[in-house]
Design a protein around this ligand. Structure first.
Ligand SMILES: [Zn+2]
Length: 678
């Protein structure tokens, strides 16, 4: 079940994916790892990614339970074993009722009780299916959707609570486009072979859920056709993922009385009452979708809507039902979408559910054992150095006026810095967890999260909140909080390690810090001021120059072909690519402020600068299934791993110097054409 999280916030997340070994290596092994993976048969100027990672790429294999392998996955594998131990310990201990240990332990036990889950089949959702049977009109369709939403779902209505983008100190309820089962609207309209194969897998999945709940195959096929046809109409009203990157067009604050007039079939007032939302106005992210929904509620027969609801209720619940449902969902979402061959073991799936539902309780147990104050302090030093380096870069920019520079620096120094874990943990006191009732535990968590989110509407924004759990191996920038956030999970080797040299740390976690900082100044982030408001702070002329530089980024990445004729979508990935290009430059300048950065002493025959760039390339080493790569190109704002290395370095002159890159090398770009934004 999805949680109500601000989508703009999600869209701005950086998904940083890394690599290394599961077994802990010694310090000296870690230091020489850079050289161990180098393939010297490749010229660094032709393909630096292949040069830095060639030996690893030659030997790495993707386990059947995964869709990719790389540094990030290796960190995840290390983290998951630590968490397995925590889960097994707390679930085997007799804990005080109501303590986080009891909740986490019993949640895990309930999910591991496969005998009880198998025995129940799809019985947990039967009351909902009966409610759907009783639906008589469009109003009842919306009332049913409302009921599901109070458990944290997004059936037909993609609601979330977050800072009002034009009044960022107050929370507002927003509604995002929703209603489709494939990952993106384009899947319904593309006609290439790979897309058709994915659509077919989705259609098979829809039919499978109907046959598992008693329909004969002819009825299941008919139901599938009804749903697919309806979803295709819905998809036609969706904005494309490139259009969704424009924050101004996603901001449409509307009075509820007007919404009732414009879209009477949705019945906004009654719907909001049913989901306990008290508000006079809402932000409707994509009005086109809601107008279409209003129209479809009056034109599509109610029987078709009931078929649609039945599938989506089963689809949302499938991972928590008996194995035929779990398997059916895996065949579509795991195999067809990601190329994963085998399901992950049960304990890992339940760990992920625990993280998704009791993330800060599990996180509290995790950081007690695996995160130190010293790591937090070292990380803060790095962040502060990067901030100084970024400021100096802004001062030196040749394309920006002094007045805009002052504003940019103000924004830079207003960043909230969050490292490791939150100061205040989320309250789970109202969540009752029973070790015998997995499905009910999920509902209790969903309900608690929903109530928490709704309670914030109209209230001041709490900027101490976190959007990721502490063990998460990722980092993010959130424009409405103007914050950079680094969970404990990402602060481990090879991204970050107290025992490796500065070159390695600055090339890895330094680049991640620079990347997140640059998000505050990418094509989206630059539209928000230092207080997180969607409000212009640029001079007109400077913003025009900035946009022209953005076009350079779009054009460069559009030229990268990934699979057969599939190329990177330069517009979709513009923000992430801008953050990568800025990130490496800021990290390098910050590295130059350290003793090693000013030195020439070699380690393993590598100069400090060479180590910096090799460390950068090493964190992005990755092998993925074609299916996963296709899905990434279609939906993910991040470029594929190799281009996250090649794209930024092609424009970065100190890299040319460090590896003696010359005209004629494949990565070579003439100085005048190198992209230099931040
Ligand atoms: Zn990012």
């Amino acid at each position: 079940m999805k949680k109500l999280l601000p989508s703009v916030f999600l869209a701005a997340l950086s998904i940083c994916i890394f690599s290394c070994n599961n077994n802990e290596s010694s310090n000296s092994e870690r230091k020489s790892l850079l050289l161990a993976n180098v393939d010297s048969s490749v010229s660094p100027g032709d393909d630096f990614y292949q040069f830095a990672n060639g030996k690893w790429l030659d030997t790495a294999t993707i386990p059947a339970t995964e869709s990719n392998m790389g540094a990030g996955k290796e960190m995840y594998n290390r983290t998951k074993l630590r968490i397995k131990e925590i889960l097994e310990t707390v679930s085997a201990t007799s804990n005080t009722a109501g303590s986080i240990e009891q909740k986490v332990g019993d949640f895990y036990l309930s999910g591991m009780d496969s005998a009880a889950i198998e025995k129940r089949g799809y019985e947990p959702v039967k009351p909902w299916l009966q409610n759907i049977d009783a639906i008589k009109d469009a109003r009842a369709v919306m009332q049913f959707a409302a009921g599901q939403i109070t458990y944290g779902g997004s059936l037909l209505m993609g609601g979330y609570v977050g800072a009002d983008e034009k009044n960022s100190s107050v929370n507002i309820a927003s509604f995002y486009q929703s209603g489709i089962g494939l990952p993106d609207r384009d899947y319904y309209f593309k006609t290439d072979e790979a897309t058709i194969k994915t659509v077919k897998a989705y259609q098979n999945y829809i039919q499978k859920l109907f046959t598992l709940t008693g329909d004969d195959s002819a009825t299941a096929a008919k139901n599938m056709a009804t749903i697919y046809e309806l979803e295709k109409k819905i998809a036609g009203s969706h904005r494309t993922n490139v259009e969704l990157r424009d924050p101004q067009s996603n901001y449409n604050k509307m009075a509820v009385v007007d919404l009732d007039k414009k879209m009477p079939a949705i019945g906004w007032t009654g719907f909001l009452q049913a989901i306990s939302v008290k508000a006079d106005s809402l932000n409707i992210g994509q009005p086109g979708y809601y107008q279409k929904l209003n129209e479809l509620l009056t034109t599509v027969p109610v029987e078709n809507w009931k078929t649609y609801l039945r599938f989506h209720v089963l689809n949302d619940a499938a991972p928590a039902l008996s194995s035929p449902f779990v398997q059916a969902r895996f065949d579509y979402a795991g195999k067809a979408l990601s190329g994963q061959q085998q399901m992950k073991e049960r304990w890992e799936r339940i760990y992920q559910q625990t993280d998704g539902n009791l993330g800060e309780a599990l996180g509290e147990l995790y950081v007690k054992k695996y995160f130190t104050e010293d790591a937090k302090k070292r990380m803060l030093d790095l962040v502060n150095n990067l901030q100084k380096a970024f400021e100096a870069r802004i001062t030196k920019l040749d394309w920006m006026s002094d007045s805009t520079k002052i504003k940019a620096k103000e924004k830079l120094y207003t960043f909230i810095k969050k490292i490791g874990f939150p100061d205040t943990w989320r309250d789970y006191s109202k969540v009752n967890i029973d070790k015998n009732k997995f499905f009910e535990n999920l509902l209790a968590c969903g309900k608690n999260e929903y109530n928490y989110q709704v309670s914030k509407i109209g209230k001041p924004v709490d900027r101490t909140e976190w959007g990721m759990s502490p063990p998460t191996i990722n980092a993010y920038y959130n424009p409405t909080f103007n914050e950079i956030v680094f969970p404990a999970g990402i602060l481990q080797y090879p991204f970050f390690d107290a025992d490796i040299d500065d070159a390695m740390n600055y090339g890895a976690i330094g680049m991640v810090i620079g990347h997140e900082m640059t998000h505050g100044f990418d094509d989206q982030g630059a539209q928000y001021d230092k207080d997180g408001n969607l409000k212009n702070w640029w001079s007109k002329e400077d913003f025009e120059k900035f946009k022209a530089k953005g076009e350079q980024v779009i054009n460069l990445y559009n030229s990268f072909t990934v699979l057969d004729s599939l190329h990177i979508n330069g517009k979709l990935t513009q923000g992430e690519n801008t953050a990568d290009i800025g990130g490496i430059a800021i990290a390098y300048d910050a590295f130059k402020l350290t003793k090693q950065g000013q030195d020439t002493v070699k380690i393993d025959g590598l100069s400090p600068d060479q180590r910096f760039f090799l460390s950068y390339a090493a964190i992005w080493r990755r092998k993925g299934k074609d299916e996963a790569l296709r899905q990434q190109i279609n939906t993910d704002p991040h470029s594929p791993a190799n281009y996250r290395v090649l794209g930024p370095l092609m424009s970065f002159t100190p890299f040319y110097t460090a590896f003696n890159i010359k005209e004629g090398d494949k990565m070579f770009i003439p100085v005048k054409d190198r992209i230099n934004i931040w």
